[in-house]
Design a protein around this ligand. Structure first.
Ligand SMILES: Nc1nc2c(ncn2[C@@H]2O[C@H](COP(=O)(O)OP(=O)(O)OP(=O)(O)O)[C@@H](O)[C@H]2O)c(=O)[nH]1
Ligand SMILES: [Mg+2]
Length: 233
């Protein structure tokens, strides 16, 4: 069983080395692909150092594009080129997604096509989020569910694992969205193709180090994008 983990980064110099170390310590034999959009804090330097010492860690450096969603797609495309890889993860670099959950997700994916680490199951927890953030995220999820109707509790958390069949079914060149909302677009397309979603409850810990990348503009774009996803051919 070969596993690839895609981690998008933008200004994660304070987190990325420790995160990679933690994942490698799990000894799951994973391939880690970091997709960095030329972060001003030089995240790439730290990653390059690691890639020199460890062939299981790779860096995709993008200099002309920005956005979490398209970065992950770029990583997934590279990982898919290796025919032997069966499972494909995406996760954030800021420790909001605990690497310890990787094994739990791998257990679950045996019975599903996609597994989502969810912040909104009864035993899930969100630690260190402001009321404003909680309200917005709840609303965004409720809204996405209303419009898209996928049977999942968390539409926008980027802690996921896909099997090969699911990813092969997607035509990334037809994607309409770019930022965080790519997560919803992917979920919608996968749902429409009849694949099975599983979820596990997670404890989501808000970032302790590094800078937030979420912009107000991106939030409002996300709301219109959900409509675009639903009503485009
Ligand atoms: N390659 C790339 N990665 C990004 C970009 N924006 C965010 N990311 C990464 O995507 C992941 C999620 O971004 P965060 O900034 O943590 O977003 P968030 O969790 O909604 O907000 P925070 O409260 O700041 O944690 C992190 O690993 C970021 O480094 C981007 O434009 N390009
Ligand atoms: Mg975060």
């Amino acid at each position: 069983m070969k596993i690839a983990i895609i981690i998008p980064t933008y200004n994660e110099v304070k987190n990325i080395k420790k995160l990679i170390e933690k994942i490698l310590k799990l000894n799951l034999g994973v391939r880690i692909i970091i997709v960095d959009d030329n972060s001003p804090d030089k995240t790439k330097k730290v990653v390059e150092e690691i890639t020199k010492k460890n062939k299981d860690v790779e860096l995709i450096l993008r200099t002309n594009e920005r956005g979490r969603g398209s970065a992950v797609i770029e990583g997934l495309k590279l990982a898919l080129k290796d025919e032997g890889t069966e499972y494909f993860f995406e996760m954030d670099a800021d420790f909001s997604h605990d690497p310890k959950d990787i094994s739990r997700i791998l257990e679950k994916i045996k019975h599903y096509d996609v597994v989502i680490g969810s912040r909104y199951m009864p035993s899930s927890k969100i630690i260190n989020w402001s009321i404003k953030r909680r309200v917005f995220s709840r609303f965004a999820n409720f809204y996405a569910r209303l419009i898209l109707g996928i049977p999942i509790s968390d539409y926008t958390n980027g802690y996921r694992c896909y099997n090969r069949r699911v990813l092969k079914s997607l035509d990334f060149s037809k994607f309409k969205t770019k930022g965080y909302i790519v997560l919803s677009e992917m979920a919608y397309k996968i749902h429409k193709s009849g694949f099975k979603f599983g979820e596990i409850p997670i404890v989501f810990l808000n970032r302790k180090r590094g800078m937030s990348n979420l912009k107000l503009q991106e939030i409002s774009d996300a709301l219109t994008s959900v409509l675009k996803i639903r009503f485009s051919k």
